[in-house]
Design a protein. Structure first.
Ligand code: SF4
Length: 391
């Protein structure tokens, strides 16, 4: 079979006025370059799990202007997407289905709203795609692809079995950063979080040797590449990550990852971060206020518990020469309009290197979505959700 791997890359704004006003700001332009310059790790991983008799081609869609520009001639088209890109992804799926291709979709959004996706895709993959991709490919080649593939309940992918993603499918020199996943999941549960905690309830790490092998493969193809760990929260298992950081120190890489504020409690970890080439950590601070952080982490109110330590943590990390990208959410229930000044003041006081501000967004499948739906605060519920089924 000829298989097209289609990644919905780039930054999108549904509102033309917002596009004109906001997306030309220098910080947004810079961040969008970084985001747009990262390939879809999930598709490259599925490519590595595809038997060699099939032909693979990887494409990115930065800006879908015309379906006529899409590459053609595929028997199977696999589309990876997130909620923000899903409308475009469905248009791409409709286009390929009309051409007679088997269209398969997966990922976080599709896992949470499989019926919505089924209106556009021939096949929907629910959950971690690594667990069912081989079955899908076998069935598609035999002309009997099922409408839905899902792993048995309670089955999760063992990252020790993860293959090296097919980085060789990329036109690798057009990417500023290449991604490597070292863990999946997060020990916390923030009500708004639409990351890998929606796919796997625990916290799983990839063995050190596998991570190093992936980094070496990237650097074989692109010497000097900057590495971004595609993790939601690195370092949750300290012993494992200290072993990884010691191994990384010998590789001479520069890298970025996402973590929580607790890394600042561990001076040895901070030293290892610096020695291993870490350039920046992104931390979800969410709000500089006790009220804003209250109740958003559902297991033990982690964000509010740690909010008093935020300033010291930023100083400790940045004091090692590692910049912090602090993320704040505007619109949290505990905050009011004074949060704008509070964030400004926090950045001033701490010399936070970079700040990322987003508006609280209830993604389908999150506890936040269900809560706002139940409270009648979602004006246009996603298809397949209703106030009655909210928790
Ligand atoms: S700490 Fe980050 S990754 Fe973990 S649940 Fe909260 S938002 Fe998600």
């Amino acid at each position: 079979m000829r298989i097209g791997l289609i990644a919905m890359s780039g930054i999108r704004a549904a509102d033309p006025e917002l596009m004109a006003l906001g997306l030309t700001l220098p910080g947004v332009v810079e961040r969008s370059r970084v985001v747009a310059s990262m390939p879809s790790l999930s598709l490259l991983t599925l490519a590595a799990l595809t038997p060699p008799e099939h032909e693979l081609a990887y494409h990115e869609i930065d800006d879908l202007r015309s379906a006529g520009e899409l590459p053609g001639g595929f028997d199977v088209v696999a589309i990876s997407t997130f909620t923000a890109q899903v409308a475009d992804a469905y248009r791409v799926a409709d286009h390929y289905r009309a051409q007679g291709a088997i269209v398969v979709m997966g990922g976080l959004h599709v896992t949470r709203l499989p019926d919505e996706a089924a209106a556009h895709a021939t096949t929907v993959i629910v959950g971690e795609g690594e667990l069912t991709w081989a079955d899908f490919i076998r069935d598609a080649a035999a002309g009997r692809a099922a409408a839905r593939y899902a792993p048995p309940a309670g089955t999760y992918f063992d990252l020790a079995s993860a293959p090296i993603p097919r980085y060789d499918l990329l036109d690798i020199h057009r990417y500023n950063r290449l991604t490597v996943q070292t863990s999946r999941g997060c020990p916390h549960r923030c009500d708004f979080c639409a990351s890998s905690i929606l796919l796997t309830p625990g916290y799983a790490v990839k063995p050190v040797e596998n991570v190093i092998a992936e980094i070496r493969r990237i650097r074989e193809l692109r010497p000097g590449a900057f590495i971004e760990f595609a993790d939601d929260n690195s370092f949750a298992t300290r012993g494992h990550y200290k072993r990884l950081l010691r191994a990384l120190a010998d590789e001479g890489v520069r890298w970025f990852t996402e973590a929580d504020v607790s890394i600042a409690d561990d001076p040895e970890l901070l030293d290892l971060l610096r020695e291993s080439g870490c350039r920046q950590v992104l931390i979800g601070l969410e709000s500089p206020t006790p009220a804003g952080t209250g109740g958003i982490e559902l297991r033990r109110n982690f964000k509010q518990l740690r909010q008093p330590d935020y300033a010291a943590a930023v100083r400790a990390i940045q004091g090692r020469g590692i910049t912090v990208n602090g993320c704040f959410i505007l619109g949290l229930d505990g905050d009011d309009e004074s949060v704008f000044d509070a964030i400004h003041d926090f950045i001033d006081r701490t010399d936070l290197f970079e700040a990322q501000l987003t508006v609280l967004t209830p993604f389908p499948g999150t506890p936040l979505y269900d809560r706002l739906l139940a409270e009648g605060r979602i004006l246009e519920p996603a298809p397949g959700t209703s106030a009655r089924c909210s928790t």
